[in-house]
Design a protein around this ligand. Structure first.
Ligand SMILES: [Zn+2]
Length: 308
């Protein structure tokens, strides 16, 4: 509110805009705060406003006028948009449009006088309208002690040319310029949030635990399979014999005797050359014990083929 000039005044128990009345003292308006007669100043240069007649402006005229205007708007619209609730950096509740029945203005509550209050179900919500006088620490403390929720609406930025429209938007459908002075639901909402987080953490821990168990079982199964395989292979070890050879590059050749595939023959004994034959053989399954043996599955595979 760039200026503290009064845009509305009381006339016949009603609040009227300066634009609705005659110019001058004949407007028949009084100050909502001190009840003194007001003059409607409707010049060409300045924004139209009311002024006290033959008296200095009273201190509370503007604030009181805006409280009454806000009351009128809320009483007509029967709704208010409340800002989000945050606590300890946690977003506890999104902004909400609340419907209600009645709105009360400046009634004493313990030892404070809230600007306005509404009843939401059986709960009281104080509405503090601030233009120049914001809720101080003492009032905040008292509100907390009484244990009621209170929201402050900062109207210091509202344009004086369209007070009514801006106030209506601010009250009913905007969260701009609104702040929680105190909210009685915070402990309950925060507790809920903590429980939810705890449950989330618990579910996460349980899932990690489950996955770990699965992994352990998988590893155990793999180890067991490997053990079984090794046990099975033991029956199919074939001793490697290193023989002298004039044809081999190093003068030595690795062989296994009694090859079932009859790869080679040495004076009537069947044998196989490990590098030349076994490496390319479908029955070869690798070396064992520092290459003292190979695993040859030929007896097993050939037996199986015979039976199928
Ligand atoms: Zn006054």
């Amino acid at each position: 509110m760039g200026s503290l000039k009064i845009p509305y005044a009381q006339k016949d128990e009603k609040l009227v805009s300066v634009n609705e009345v005659e110019s001058g003292l004949s407007c028949g308006c009084t100050c909502p705060a001190c009840a003194a007669p007001l003059v409607a100043r409707k010049g060409k240069q300045k924004v139209h406003h009311f002024a006290h007649h033959n008296a200095p402006e009273c201190k509370y005229a503007l604030e009181t006028t805006l409280h009454l205007l806000a009351k009128e708007i809320l009483a007509t619209e029967k709704q208010i948009k409340l800002p989000a609730i945050r606590y300890k950096g946690v977003y506890l509740r999104p902004p909400q449009v609340i419907r209600f029945q009645d709105v009360y203005v400046e009634r004493k509550l313990h030892d404070i006088i809230p600007d306005l209050y509404i009843m939401i179900k059986d709960k009281m919500l104080l509405i503090e309208i601030a233009v120049t006088h914001f809720v101080d620490d003492l009032k905040k403390l008292k509100i907390e002690e009484i244990g009621v929720s209170a929201v402050e609406i900062d109207l210091s930025e509202v344009s004086r040319d369209s007070v009514f429209e801006e106030l209506k938007t601010t009250l009913t459908s905007s969260t701009l310029y609104k702040y929680w002075i105190h909210n009685t639901r915070i402990p309950e909402l925060y507790e809920k949030h903590l429980k939810k987080e705890e449950a989330k953490q618990k579910a996460y821990d349980e899932e990690i635990n489950r996955l770990n168990k699965v992994a352990v079982a998988e590893r155990r199964k793999e180890r067991e399979q490997k053990r079984q395989r090794e046990k099975f292979y033991k029956d199919y070890y074939k001793k490697i014999t290193v023989r002298k050879s004039e044809r081999a590059f190093y003068g030595k050749v690795s062989t296994v005797d009694n090859c079932l595939l009859d790869k080679r023959d040495f004076h009537g004994v069947s044998y196989a050359n490990v590098h030349a034959d076994c490496f390319h053989c479908e029955h070869f399954r690798g070396f064992k014990k520092e290459k003292e043996f190979i695993v040859c599955l030929a007896p097993y595979n050939l037996e199986k083929t015979r039976h199928s």
